[in-house]
Design a protein around this ligand. Structure first.
Ligand code: F0G
Length: 289
């Protein structure tokens, strides 16, 4: 097998005592996914999806994205010597993410409307010969790749944490994290996916998704885990984003701080891991807001 990799995974797990104190969490850790090659957790699944696509003779990756899947698919396609076509809702994507796509030769298609409109358009493009759909809603490979974060956290801690919080957009990552803990670690922490109250126009542009494809699985996993689904305001997200930077020196993008904002609402005890999903250089515009 010709593995298509950029060295994704094996990201830092950082103890965050100052942030923990702020949110009243006894033992808080940050899984810093911004340290991945294109700056987000998406690289884990994209490595698997691209490797398997190339094995099947695919010559074009197609996805819809709020920006990070875009940057990731374009980079892995370039690495594999194939094309990437990315459909995005016009005007809704952080500029740096589009730069990431163009820098490695990816093609951006803008559509009027929401992420769901972009998703439908991408699905149609992906049905053309030689193409494959690499959204987690259409690719089990993406989910399998993203499961690795659970095994890594357990390895770094020497066991599963008591609770995990993470941002919730389409839900693919929550689904992957749940499956990862259940299948690779045999122990499911209480899961707290955190969504933005202002879903269609939240400041957390990466999670501007009103119809999460994985909703059913997310609800089932949360139920099994004994956690809960949390909704936070944009003010809470911006506040958490600032706290994460100022108290721990971790500069994430706004959406990635949703998991931190959720700490104020999660009924957790003991050791909590927040998955901090993407790098701040991707979406710096709101700093100072
Ligand atoms: N955090 C970041 C930084 C993201 O980019 C996303 C999703 C999420 C969290 C939510 O993950 O959708 O699996 O629940 N970004 C997608 C994209 C939609 O196109 O990059 P999810």
């Amino acid at each position: 097998m010709n593995e298509i990799t950029l060295g994704e995974g094996s990201t830092p797990l950082l103890r965050a005592p100052r942030l923990g104190e702020r949110y009243g969490v006894e033992e808080l850790w940050l899984k810093w996914e911004g340290a991945n090659p294109t700056g987000s957790f998406k690289d884990r699944g994209m490595a698997v999806a691209t490797t398997r696509a190339v094995e099947r003779g695919v010559t074009r990756l197609v996805c819809a994205s709020t920006g990070n899947t875009a940057a990731s698919s374009a980079a892995y396609a370039a690495r594999a010597g194939i094309e990437a076509v990315i459909v995005v809702p016009a005007g809704a994507i952080a500029a740096s993410k589009l730069v990431q796509v163009r820098a490695v030769g990816g093609t951006i298609v803008e559509v009027e409307g929401s992420f769901s409109d972009a998703f439908a358009h991408a699905e149609a493009l992906a049905s053309e010969p030689g193409s494959t759909f690499v959204n987690s809603g259409g690719s089990e490979d993406r989910i399998e790749g993203q499961m690795t974060v659970a095994a890594e956290i357990a390895e770094q801690l020497g066991g599963a944490p008591d609770a995990v919080t993470l941002p919730y957009g389409g839900g693919g990552n929550t689904r992957a994290v749940a499956r990862g803990f259940e299948e690779l670690v045999s122990s499911l922490p209480a899961l707290y996916p955190v969504e933005a109250a202002r879903r269609p126009d939240t400041v957390a542009s990466a999670i501007r998704i009103t119809e999460p494809v994985h909703e059913r699985w997310v609800h089932e996993a949360v139920e099994r885990s004994g956690g809960s689904l949390i909704t936070v305001t944009d003010e809470e997200i911006l506040d958490a984003w600032k706290n994460l930077r100022a108290l721990e020196g971790v500069f994430s993008e706004p959406a990635s701080a949703a998991g931190i904002a959720g700490l104020a609402h999660a009924e957790h005890e003991g050791l909590v891991v927040c998955i901090v999903t993407g790098h701040g250089l991707k979406d710096p515009a709101a700093v100072g807001a």
